[in-house]
Design a protein around this ligand. Structure first.
Ligand SMILES: NC(=O)c1ccc[n+]([C@@H]2O[C@H](COP(=O)([O-])OP(=O)(O)OC[C@H]3O[C@@H](n4cnc5c(N)ncnc54)[C@H](OP(=O)(O)O)[C@@H]3O)[C@@H](O)[C@H]2O)c1
Length: 293
């Protein structure tokens, strides 16, 4: 399969590229600033429609996994124009190019399309984002005629796109004896990038169109997730200080409970959403393998 991954240097895209390459697929990894580690690196700019259509026209991929986005939720709130251009117009341009080259598109969307008042959202539940990031991701969905894969709090064993993810931040802090504040009143379905990448590749392989919640199988508060991680990695959980969302000074409002129901993925896919305990065990194995490398 000839695959173009936008966001090939990112937390999800780098893992999709790594797994696809190991399977022998032909992988093109799109990036803007940070050179991707896996696949043939192709630089382009989501803000530039011409660079998007040229890239897709040149590669003619069978599948496009659109994972690139302005993912900084607070920055999207402060710089709405930029968020619109990248997440909405960039997606529109990519979808147009995908249609022209008859590529199947998988658009990576977000739990933030929901207001978070209820949680355990199914694919057809009513969307109502409370942040501009969420709104921009939702507006991007309308252009995708392939698969819209919604996910939630991605974590993984390595930094990507110049950033550490929640799990690495927590583990690094606990390892260095630094206390951390983690909210008790925000509920999520945390998603290991390896598990997510495998599910994304399956929907791409099988050309499954429509909305799919591709996320971890366990709904948990951020605080309990952090405690569980400390447990699995044998670190001092007393360094995790319970805090409330209202105590944190964010520019963007966050949904309280944006957990995603993964029944559909569990029913239809061979690659199943992992429980948080299974996923953390995998994370631990991956981190120890990285340390040996
Ligand atoms: N992370 C989460 O918890 C989470 C939760 C729900 C949904 N999502 C969605 O999942 C997807 C993947 O998220 P992620 O955390 O893996 O992303 P990420 O690590 O923040 O990576 C973002 C990617 O976008 C690329 N990018 C940034 N500006 C670009 C531009 N102007 N032109 C082209 N590419 C550009 C980056 O390339 P450079 O590295 O070269 O800058 C990077 O590869 C996103 O669509 C996000 O909205 C994420």
């Amino acid at each position: 399969m000839k695959l173009l991954i936008t966001g090939g240097s990112g937390l999800l895209g780098s893992k999709v590229a790594e797994i696809a390459l190991a399977r022998g697929e032909e992988v093109f990894s799109g990036y803007a600033h940070n050179l991707p580690e896996y696949g043939r690196a192709v630089k382009f700019d989501l803000l530039d429609e011409t660079s998007i259509s040229e890239l897709v026209g040149r590669i003619e991929p069978e599948v496009i996994i659109h994972s690139a986005a302005l993912t900084d939720v607070d920055r999207c709130e402060r710089e709405k124009d930029l968020a619109y251009k990248m997440n909405v117009e960039g997606t529109r341009a990519l979808a147009k190019a995908a249609e022209k080259s008859a590529s199947f598109m998988v658009y990576i969307s977000s739990d933030y399309v929901f207001d978070g008042n209820r949680g355990t959202y199914c694919e057809d539940d009513r969307t109502d984002p409370v942040s501009y990031y969420g709104l921009s991701k939702l507006k991007g969905e309308q252009f995708c005629t392939g698969c819209i894969a919604r996910t939630c709090v991605i974590y993984g064993s390595r930094p990507a796109s110049g950033k550490v993810n929640f799990a690495l931040w927590l583990l690094n802090s606990l390892k260095s004896g630094k206390p951390v504040r983690v909210v008790t009143d925000q509920f999520i379905t945390p998603t290991l990038n390896t598990n997510l990448a495998a599910m994304v590749l399956e929907v791409a392989d099988r050309r499954l169109a429509g909305v799919y919640n591709l996320a971890g199988a366990t709904r948990i508060s951020r605080y309990d997730f952090a405690r569980l991680m400390a447990d699995v990695f044998d670190l001092d959980s007393s360094l995790i200080i319970p805090s409330r969302m209202a105590d944190l000074k964010w520019d963007a409002k966050r949904p309280m409970d944006s957990s995603l129901a993964t029944f559909k993925a569990n029913r239809e896919l061979v690659e199943k959403p992992l429980s948080v305990k299974e996923a953390l065990k995998t994370l631990k194995d991956e981190i120890s393998k990285n340390e040996v490398r």
